[in-house]
Design a protein around this ligand. Structure first.
Ligand code: PXG
Length: 445
């Protein structure tokens, strides 16, 4: 095994890469280098096997090293490496959009391609503003996000997002006219809920308060993650998303679901909107779209929104927006092959089948030292630890590190440990993740 691996760089070789969302100095003093991946596992540069409890970064839903995807990308690159999609087109871009339309929530069959979740979010926000303007409602300019929301790192995304560290440095450049709903995490009422909390649907009514404050005529859209991932897994109380939908409908406000994490089978249906039976107007996706193998995102739009743009003279560009790599041929090939794998192996619904086992496994950690909450839905799980006094995040980081040293990769946000394994996971691997995490929590002061 070792022979196939790229040699690990020495510590001085690590200086030039300014790493994203990473404590660079701490990491470079004690690097964790992944060099190979297959199925449910990574191997480190020094040949250690690591069970992937997070699907890379919530994206490798069909497991690593899928030959079908690699082959499709290789074939596409050797047939046509790149083609523009501005005033030009290439067949598999249209094929992919048609395929996605078939699995989309009802009516969401107009699809705009991007390269990431962040770009999908900024695209959706722009479409929302432009949509109202196209209908002569150009005064609808406000965007409503939510506390603890994560919508990527573009200026639009951080403005509607609600993660303080992602916002405070850039406060001067936040887009104007944004307000936030309260988040729905409430340990006092909902700690250790299995699946959706029953308490808290009324928190959606805060949208009515914001409407009373700003007036519906100034509000373009509300954006929420159906389940927040980055904030440490925050679930929507039962009925909450439906209530948001009703209030938006009543007030001609677009509802945007950010499904970058929940899309492509993570919670047991193709999309959370299908699982929760609430259809948004716009839906942002990325990650699982290509199984993480190529960068790509997609914004799904209700046809009525697309149609609102298709007015006026036919030679007019209807939306002044797009990326050089929108619908990149290699990404389209990766996505088509990914959809084939999902469909052949039933992966878009497998999380629903595994969910009861997963739920029991993660909730078995209840009662361990410092554990203050456990949350789960589909194949998402989170264990929240009590922060050490004056050192928020320290206990969480230690647990993450020790799990990695014992061959299990989990994700840490503050003092919450989040898990979202590839959807191909087997019972034995579920047990190994939870046993390792449990053992580590037991011995972490
Ligand atoms: N929206 C949501 C809901 C996301 O979860 C993005 C947008 C941005 O996607 P890109 O592709 O631009 O990164 C995300 C990304 C974590 C973690 O640890 C989550 C994400 C990214 C990195 C880490 O929870 N989500």
């Amino acid at each position: 095994m070792n022979a196939q691996l790229t040699p690990a760089p020495s510590n001085s070789d690590l200086d030039s890469f300014w790493m994203p969302f990473t404590a660079n100095r701490q990491f470079k003093a004690n690097p964790r280098l992944l060099a190979r991946a297959e199925g449910m596992y990574y191997w480190t540069a020094d040949g250690r096997e690591i069970l992937d409890g997070v699907a890379g970064l919530w994206c490798v839903n069909a497991g690593h090293g899928r030959r079908e995807i690699t082959d499709a990308v290789t074939k596409q690159l050797s047939t046509m490496d790149y083609a523009p999609t501005f005033q030009m087109g290439h067949p598999i871009a249209f094929e992919l959009a048609n395929r996605l339309a078939k699995i989309a929530p009802p009516g969401m069959d107009r699809i705009f391609f991007t390269n990431s979740g962040s770009e999908s979010v900024d695209t959706a926000l722009k479409i929302a503003l432009a949509y109202h303007r196209a209908r002569g409602q150009g005064q609808k300019i406000r965007l409503i996000g939510r506390e603890k929301g994560y919508h990527g790192v573009g200026f639009g995304g951080i403005s509607v997002g609600g993660m303080v560290n992602n916002r405070k440095m850039y406060a001067a450049a936040m887009i104007p006219g944004v307000d936030h709903l309260p988040h729905t995490l409430d340990l006092e009422h909902n700690a250790y809920t299995r699946g959706l909390p029953q308490w808290g649907a009324h928190l959606a009514n805060d949208l009515e308060r914001l409407i009373a404050l700003h007036d519906a005529s100034t509000i373009a859209a509300v954006i929420v993650e159906p389940i927040s991932g980055s904030a440490g897994v925050v679930l929507p109380p039962a009925g909450y998303l439906k209530r948001l939908r009703e209030i938006c409908d009543k007030n001609d406000i677009l509802l945007i679901f950010d499904e970058v994490i929940t899309g492509f089978g993570r919670i047991g249906k193709a999309f959370a909107s299908l699982a929760f039976d609430v259809t948004p107007d716009l839906m942002t996706t990325a990650k699982g779209l290509t199984n993480g193998a190529m960068p790509m995102g997609a914004v799904f739009s209700q046809r009525k929104i697309y149609d609102a743009f298709m007015q006026g003279p036919e030679g007019t560009i209807e939306l002044f927006h797009g990326y050089t790599y929108s619908a990149h041929p290699a990404s389209c090939a990766a996505a088509l092959a990914t959809l084939d794998v999902y469909s052949k192996e039933g992966l878009l619904t497998r999380a629903a089948t595994l969910s009861p086992q997963w739920e029991n496994a993660v909730h078995s950690l209840r009662g361990l030292p410092h554990v203050i909450d456990i949350r789960n839905y589909g194949l998402i799980g989170a264990v929240e630890l009590e922060p050490r006094t004056g050192k928020p995040g320290a206990r969480g980081f230690e647990v993450f590190l020790k799990c990695f040293e014992r061959g299990v990769m989990v994700r840490q946000t503050g003092d919450t440990i989040a898990m979202s394994p590839p959807l191909i996971i087997e019972q034995k691997q579920i047990e190994r993740i939870v046993e390792t995490l449990g053992a580590v929590i037991r011995e972490t002061a």
